[in-house]
Design a protein around this ligand. Structure first.
Ligand code: NAP
Length: 291
């Protein structure tokens, strides 16, 4: 059985959809903390298992010998390292045949705070002795395009990184397709994939493409860290998350999310979804919410 954790999340839902193209529904199980939110898998005849990564005892029956498991990294800084450890312990106890993990592009070479939990989890998985696959995901293109309504309203993309800073993003669905290919495929034991888009784009190029598609004059505005902090605080973001955002901007400027390896393209057997394409889809959604 292929077991997908975090299957009620944005990435996990897409992993399940991609898996359904590759294997029969009775070969898939999802592990969720709230089964009421797993209606899509249930409707497709996918087995729904229930566990909360914060409660190690709840993971006792989460996995069975022979399962291939995808551990999708948690979204709670400060708590997720322990959550990951609990899942790894349960996977080890069940003797699963593959533990795939959504890590971060660059692995130990990536040095910002978001990456620390990923490094620790990779080491814990290696320490478990289980066959593993590290799916080191780059940034989601949607991290940027989801902000398009605000960008169009203010006529600017704003950040502290220099305008020439580059990112090799891919969509959640691209990363989900790669995860599904690894889970449903063969020969992925003890592998490391550096997953990113086929082409890196700069923040200036992003603003230029939004201008081109919207017909509005959109610029990239590099602002001082203090101003960015104030702006994020104004949008209600907690202090700890603001620190994460600022550190991420520094990492982007250092080029830590710009690596292009082609691993993603090879795993999914097609080019990654281009930035222009994602902008186009998001613009359509902005102007026609029914899309
Ligand atoms: N590459 C990037 O650009 C990027 C950006 C943001 C995040 N990430 C990482 O990628 C992960 C997946 O992204 P996403 O967009 O799918 O995030 P998401 O939509 O926030 O999904 C997170 C998933 O983790 C589950 N989860 C959280 N705490 C849990 C717990 N204690 N027990 C069981 N399940 C728990 C959530 O369950 P519920 O549905 O029950 O809440 C949800 O299914 C994130 O969690 C984060 O680690 C990557």
């Amino acid at each position: 059985m292929i077991v997908v954790t975090g299957a009620t999340g944005q990435l996990g839902r897409l992993v399940v959809r991609n898996l359904l193209d590759l294997v029969a529904a009775d070969q898939i199980a999802v592990l969720v903390r709230d089964p009421a939110r797993a209606t899509h898998p249930a409707e497709h005849g996918i087995e729904v298992r229930v566990a909360d990564h914060d409660v190690p005892a709840s993971l006792a029956d989460a996995f069975q010998a022979g399962d291939r498991v995808l551990l999708i990294s948690g979204n709670q800084f400060g708590a997720r390292r322990a959550q990951h450890d609990a899942v790894i312990d349960a996977a080890k106890a069940a003797d699963v045949t593959l533990l795939a993990y959504t890590s971060i592009l660059g692995g130990p070479d990536t040095r910002f705070v978001v990456a620390d939990d990923h490094h620790a989890t990779e080491r814990a998985i290696e320490g478990s002795g289980l066959p593993f696959s590290f799916l080191r995901n780059g940034w989601y293109t949607e991290n940027y395009t989801a902000q398009l309504p605000t960008v169009l309203e203010h006529g600017a993309v704003v950040g502290t990184a220099a305008p020439g800073s580059r990112l090799a993003t891919a969509t959640r669905n691209d990363y989900a397709a790669a995860a599904a290919a690894v889970l449903a495929g063969n020969g992925h034991e003890n592998t490391v994939y550096e997953l990113s888009g086929d082409e890196a784009w700069s923040l200036h190029e992003y603003a230029t493409e939004v201008s081109r598609q919207s017909g509005q004059d959109i610029t990239y505005r590099q602002i001082p860290a203090a101003e960015y902090r104030q702006m994020l605080a104004g949008s209600g973001l907690p202090e700890a998350m603001i620190d994460v955002f600022l550190e991420t901007e520094d990492a982007i400027e250092r080029g830590e999310l710009a690596t292009v390896t082609g691993d993603l393209r090879r795993l999914i057997g097609r080019p990654s979804t281009s930035l222009a394409e994602v902008i186009r889809d998001q613009m359509k959604a902005c102007t026609d919410p029914a899309v």
